[in-house]
Ligand binder design. Structure first.
Ligand code: NAD
Length: 380
């Protein structure tokens, strides 16, 4: 089968980790006999330098014509002037909007061999394996009015938190569908004791729960969820929440994984029914590591490429409906970590600390011989 993939490396460490993601993609191609056609695009700071815009006009149509999009990261000190009319982040917002990516998925999994790499006690994070689903295109980041003004009482500002039933329902369905495929437990996070938008969210979640009787639904207030994430993170399986709560909770949850460099994400549009992976339906998606351009280590072969490589695995799972290939990548990552290979961000004395390219080589090599590799623990 032939697949077309849009490749948008971006800035800083983006191109470095992307090169390793593509290396692994090519290893999958060789092992499983798939053909990948890559369409490269320039976005972010690199596009500002070349075209004076962060998202050249042809990029969104090019992505729409592909099965999936792989994205590195954008931004950096060179383009950091807050008063500049053109900023690298405009590429991300334009892509999310242009591709209608309303659900952001961040798997948080603690590898047993990295339990001591996080700031929490190993016994607290042992067994953590969750997915946080964040609504991505609505809520307070997009609501209008949004403005500042001067008044007789001094400076004032307003932001607007608005959600429609449709926006809430489609992301909640994504959560229910994922929960159905995993341990059948869904935590819906809101602030229903204070916010009307959250009361609507909770009401719709409860109504939808009737359509998913096999899924155990719990409602948790966002402040309690933030506390539980560091006190008892293994008690979560699938979390679903609105945009701003998700923005904050996903970064908190990312700490559990040991390093920003380890974490992958998927942003999905399209129909929620495409999640029923047993039916192998393909769904347009956008896949990126959660980290930024890491200017402090860019160009030094120091970045951890595992977040990018695991994003490629998510692409196989959700957009290409090839779960065997996704599992082969996860197994290869697991094997290489088990053999003691580490990039600097997760390494310590006594381990084989390697660079970005060498880590990519190891994972691609392990993938080529996956018949003999140790297997990552099965998802719940
Ligand atoms: P960052 O994620 O780039 O870096 C934070 C810290 O994590 C740094 O110490 C960095 O060295 C480390 N780190 C990040 N990725 C790593 C990796 N793969 N391996 C090892 N260590 C890694 O966040 P920041 O410093 O706040 O932002 C830097 C730039 O990236 C800014 O311009 C910001 O706007 C941009 N940014 C872009 C995205 C995106 O494109 N999605 C996301 C976040 C930040």
């Amino acid at each position: 089968m032939k697949y077309t993939i849009a490749v948008l490396p971006g800035d800083g460490v983006g191109p470095e980790v992307m090169a390793e993601g593509i290396k692994v993609l090519q290893a999958v191609s060789k092992k499983f006999g798939h053909e990948f056609q890559l369409h490269r695009g320039v976005v972010g700071g690199a596009a500002i330098d070349a075209h004076k815009v962060a998202l050249p006009q042809d990029v969104v149509p090019m992505c729409k014509g592909c099965h999936a999009v792989l994205f590195g990261a954008v931004g950096g000190p060179k383009w950091d002037d807050p008063t500049a009319p053109v900023r690298p982040e405009q590429a991300i917002l334009g892509l999310r909007k242009g591709l209608n990516l309303y659900a952001n998925l961040r798997p948080v999994q603690v590898y047993p061999m990295l339990e001591d790499a996080t700031t929490l006690k190993p016994e607290v994070i042992h067994g953590v394996d969750m997915i946080v689903v964040r609504e991505l295109t609505g809520g307070i980041y997009f609501g209008r009015p949004q403005r500042r003004w001067r008044s007789a009482r001094g400076r004032q500002a307003v932001d607007t938190l608005r959600y429609s039933e449709k926006e809430i329902e489609r992301v909640l369905r994504t959560g229910f569908e994922l929960a159905r495929m995993r341990s059948k437990k869904l935590t819906s996070v809101d602030k229903a004791n204070i916010l009307d938008s959250s009361r609507l969210w909770r009401q719709i979640a409860t109504e939808l729960g009737g359509e998913y009787p096999e899924v155990r639904l719990e409602h948790v207030l966002v402040d309690t969820a933030a506390m539980r994430l560091v006190r008892d993170p293994a008690s979560f399986d699938v979390i679903v929440t609105e945009n701003m709560f998700g923005d904050i909770l996903t970064d908190e949850a990312a700490v559990l994984g040991g390093s920003m460099g380890m974490m992958a994400s998927a942003s999905l549009g399209g129909s929620t029914s495409a999640f029923a992976s047993k039916r192998r339906v393909r769904r347009m998606g956008f896949y990126e590591p959660i980290h930024g351009t890491a200017p402090d280590i860019a160009g030094k072969n120091l970045a951890n490429p595992i977040g990018m490589i695991r994003s490629v695995a998510l692409m196989f799972q959700y957009s290409l409906a090839l779960p065997r290939e996704a599992k082969a990548i996860e197994d290869a990552v697991f094997q290489v970590l088990q053999q003691g290979y580490r990039t600097g961000d997760i390494g310590s004395r006594g381990q084989r600390v390697v660079g970005t390219r060498e880590m990519g080589d190891q994972i691609a090599g392990a993938l080529a011989g996956t018949s003999t590799v140790a297997s990552a623990p099965r998802r719940r």
